[in-house]
Structure formats: structure tokens, C-alpha cells
Ligand binder design. Structure first.
Ligand code: ACO
Length: 432
């Protein structure tokens, strides 16, 4: 990041304040207001932070107008070939460059060594109500890793950080699969160290005693790709949550558990579940695609076209584009079909020629096709957001690391525009 010769001039109370203008390697300019309050007692107002660059970052670049997404400079389209590899991408995001053979092998070994969860933690699944939402379980269990791995709670040791990151990435898949098995009342199977990351996850989900789930290459590749496409997305809601929590010097487990909670919301990661509900209700005849579009445009109706629109993308989300193509590929190879895919395509076609969506630049986002692809892999709807969280974990870890590597990082503590009462006297209860 560099300071340009340009200055932004703010005129307030008859006074002119010159503000430095910053540029990154690519992307928008930023007016540096970081000293505005200390030097002039003025705040800025940007409640959803839509015009605020809250940090410096070198991890992910998005050009929302052009529909571009790159991890450490590499366009996400490159990770589809020759073979998608989530663990390689996780390393890239966290440590900043593509791993060598040796680095990848060591990282894989660390993941395998840490794939079991403590039996005490595993037993806790049995005490949870069977209908517990898997995202609630995931957030609670990630937070509880702190109880079983106290060694990793102090900050500042690079080696311990790497071990903690590997533990999280490895154990999240075991915890995720166990939350599904709990909901089904199935016995827990243990991870298989001979399997790669995604195949092992699918084994943990679907193997039953004496009946090993055999994962096909197409499904394993598709799962790798789903995780890769969710792996980071710069300062989105859950990542910003991880950074806010991390800024208080909270440990990695606690910070990532907070990210899971943010991701759960239907306006964020939970949207993929809402998309499937919407498509199913069209399929069951409860709603026509045209009614759906009409309801989404009606300002008196809180209904949204889920899987459409994005704070940053004002163009087709590049992840949705890839997922749409992969869904076609997987269905063709498996020689199956999902009627929801046809409904999704019809909705997309209607929306993309409707002036409401055109004027507001609302295009399909990552959640529009991800659920259909996950269904093809046999993943139940209540696990969609959990899988999003598994994919996003390396991104959260990378952003947490970047934040902690910055010696000038301060606690994140915004200000407010106060609209409440002016000074008021307390009135004792008997006098009210
Ligand atoms: N359906 C109908 N109208 C929409 C939609 C939608 N999906 N998305 C945005 N709009 C409308 C808004 O009502 C608003 O209209 P107005 O200008 O007439 O008031 C306009 O488009 C701008 O939308 P905002 O809500 O201001 O955009 P914002 O950047 O705040 O929100 C968000 C982005 C939350 C993603 C929004 O588009 C949305 O709710 N989409 C549906 C939920 C969804 O798919 N979320 C997943 C996002 S991707 C992710 O988090 C992984």
C-alpha cells in the first residue's frame, strides 16, 4: 500500500482538513481517515461498512464489477485444473505461496496426525438433542477445542500457530461429520488416515460399520472444488467477525468459532439452505418461478431471491459460474439429474432479463448453485452451511494470522452516532 500525492479535502465548520489518499496494488483508492478523530474530533458514518476498508490485506482480491476473484493473485478458475486440491489452497492462503512437495506432504501429515478429536469431546455429541442445528454444534465444538488444546492459546509463536491451524482444519471435518451422524442417530466412525482430506470427510459422513463408503473421483473433485471456492472472500461478514474477535487478542479457536456463528445467518452462509427451500417449494408446486421473481421485487414482501445479489459483486459471481458448470459436469458423469437445477436455471433466466435485477446489478452468488451440487453428492441440506464453514476455515485462519503478524494492529472498536436521550435523571420505581 502506498500513499499517493493526491489529497482529499474535507471542509467542515469552515475548516479544511487534508486527508491522505492511499492505493493498493489493485482496486479502489482509500481516503485515510484513521487520525480524523484523534486530530479533529470528527467521526465518519458508514453503518454497514460498505465504503470502509477496515484493514490492509494481501490475501484475496475481488473486482466486484468485473466478477474477478483471486487468492494470493491466482484467479480461482486456475484451481479447477488439473485437479482441485483444497489442502494446497489452504496452505497458499495461510502461508502466502504455493507449497512445495515437502511442505504439502508435511502439512498433510499434520492433518492426518490430528484428525481424531478427544474422546471427551466426542462423547459430548451424545448429550446433544438429535435435532441440534449442526452450525450450533460446530461453533460450540470449535470453541471447546480450547479446553483440550490449551498449549495453543498463547499467541505469538509461529510454530504453535502452524500446529493449531492444522488441528483446526483437520478436526473441523471430523466435528462436521459427527454433527450429521448425531442428527441421524448413526454410530461415529473414525477418520481413515489412508484417505485424502475430502474423501476422508465423505467417509466420516457416510461409512457405516462394516460398510465402507467408496468415494468416486468425480465426487471427491467436486467436494475439493466446493471447499476451494469458499476458502476466502476478503472482508465478508464472518471474516470481519474473526478479525474483530481476533483484534482483542482472542485465540484462534475462539475467533474461528465466532466466524461460524456469523456465517450461520441466512444473509450470509445460510443463504444456500434458503435457496434449496425456495427451489423445493417451486418444485412442489407451492410457488411458480414467476411468482418468486414477483415476490422478490415487492417492497412490501420481505421475501428475497436467495442466492442473488452481493455486497461486492455487481456482476456474475465467478464462484457461481464455476459451480454451475461443475454441477452440469457432475450430473453428466453420474448420469443423473436434479429437477432443482432446471428450476434454478429458469429463475436465473427470468431474473437476468428483469429490469429490477438488471438495474440493481443482482446476479447469482456462490450460494445459488452450491446447494444443488452438494445435493448431488448426497449432502443433506442442514449440512450445507457447515461445509461452507469447512471451506472458509483456511481463509479465517489466514486473515487471523495476517492480523496478528501486523505489529501495529489495534483492537477494533468503532464509534457511533448517538441518538438516545440527553442527560436524564433516574426516577425511583415508586415515583414512576
Ligand atoms: N432479492 C431481491 N432484491 C434484492 C436482493 C435479492 N436477493 N438482493 C438485493 N436486493 C435489492 C435490495 O432490496 C435493494 O433494493 P432497493 O435499492 O430498491 O432498496 C437493492 O437490491 C440493493 O440491495 P442491498 O440489500 O442494499 O444490498 P447489500 O449489499 O446490503 O446486500 C445481500 C447484499 C445481503 C447479499 C443481498 O443481496 C441479499 O440479501 N441477497 C439474498 C441473500 C443471499 O443470497 N445471501 C448470500 C450472499 S453471498 C454470501 O454471503 C456467501
Amino acid at each position: 500500500m502506498s500513499q499517493t500525492n493526491e489529497k482529499a479535502v474535507l471542509t467542515i465548520d469552515g475548516k479544511q482538513i487534508e486527508l491522505p489518499v492511499l492505493t493498493g496494488t489493485e482496486g479502489h483508492k482509500a481516503i485515510d481517515i484513521s487520525k480524523l478523530f484523534d486530530e479533529h474530533g470528527i467521526t465518519t458514518f458508514d453503518p454497514s461498512l460498505g465504503s470502509t476498508a477496515a484493514c490492509r490485506s494481501t490475501i484475496t482480491y475481488i473486482d466486484g464489477d468485473k466478477g474477478v476473484l483471486r487468492y494470493r493473485g491466482i484467479p480461482i478458475e486456475h484451481f479447477d485444473r488439473p485437479k482441485p486440491n483444497f489442502i494446497e489452497v489452504a496452505w497458499l492462503l495461510i502461508f502466502g505461496s504455493l507449497p512445495t512437495f515437502a511442505e504439502l506432504r508435511n502439512f498433510r501429515n499434520m492433518l492426518t496426525d490430528n484428525e481424531l478429536i478427544h474422546e471427551g469431546l466426542r462423547r459430548q455429541f451424545g448429550d446433544l438433542p438429535p435435532k441440534s442445528p449442526p452450525m450450533a454444534i460446530l461453533s460450540a465444538m470449535l470453541s471447546q477445542l480450547a479446553c483440550y488444546h490449551e498449549k495453543f492459546l498463547p499467541l505469538g509463536d509461529e510454530e504453535l500457530f502452524g500446529e493449531a491451524a492444522a488441528r483446526l482444519i483437520s478436526k473441523v471435518r471430523t466435528i462436521a461429520a459427527y454433527s450429521y451422524r448425531r442428527s441421524k442417530g448413526l454410530p461415529f466412525v473414525y477418520p481413515d488416515p489412508a484417505l485424502r482430506y475430502c474423501a476422508n470427510f465423505l467417509h466420516l459422513m457416510f461409512s457405516i460399520p462394516y460398510q465402507q463408503y467408496i468415494v468416486s473421483e468425480e465426487i471427491e473433485d467436486a467436494m475439493n472444488l466446493v471447499l476451494i471456492l469458499h476458502a476466502d472472500h476478503e472482508q465478508n461478514c464472518s471474516t470481519s467477525t474473526v478479525r474483530v474477535v481476533g483484534s482483542a487478542k482472542a485465540n484462534l479457536f475462539a475467533s474461528c468459532a465466532a466466524g461460524v456463528s456469523a456465517l450461520w445467518g441466512p444473509l450470509h452462509g445460510g443463504a444456500n439452505v434458503e435457496v434449496i427451500k425456495m427451489l423445493e417449494s417451486i418444485q412442489s408446486g407451492g410457488l411458480k418461478p414467476e411468482d418468486c421473481i414477483k415476490a422478490a421485487k415487492d417492497k412490501d414482501n420481505p421475501f428475497k431471491l436467495f442466492g442473488f445479489g452481493h455486497r461486492v459483486y455487481k456482476n456474475y459471481d465467478p464462484r457461481a459460474k464455476i459451480l454451475r458448470a461443475v454441477a452440469d459436469r457432475v450430473f453428466a458423469r453420474l448420469k443423473t439429474n436434479d429437477p432443482l437445477l432446471d428450476i434454478a436455471r429458469k429463475l436465473e433466466e427470468l431474473a437476468l432479463k428483469d429490469s429490477y435485477f438488471i438495474d440493481r446489478k443482482l446476479y447469482p452468488n456462490v450460494d445459488f448453485y452450491s446447494g444443488i451440487l452438494l445435493r448431488a453428492m448426497g449432502i443433506p441440506t442442514n449440512m450445507f452451511t457447515v461445509i461452507f464453514a469447512m471451506g472458509r476455515l483456511p481463509g479465517w485462519i489466514a486473515q487471523w494470522k495476517e492480523q496478528h503478524d501486523n505489529p501495529n494492529q489495534k483492537i477494533i472498536r468503532p464509534r457511533q452516532l448517538y441518538l438516545g436521550n440527553k442527560r436524564t435523571d433516574y426516577v425511583p420505581i415508586e415515583e414512576r
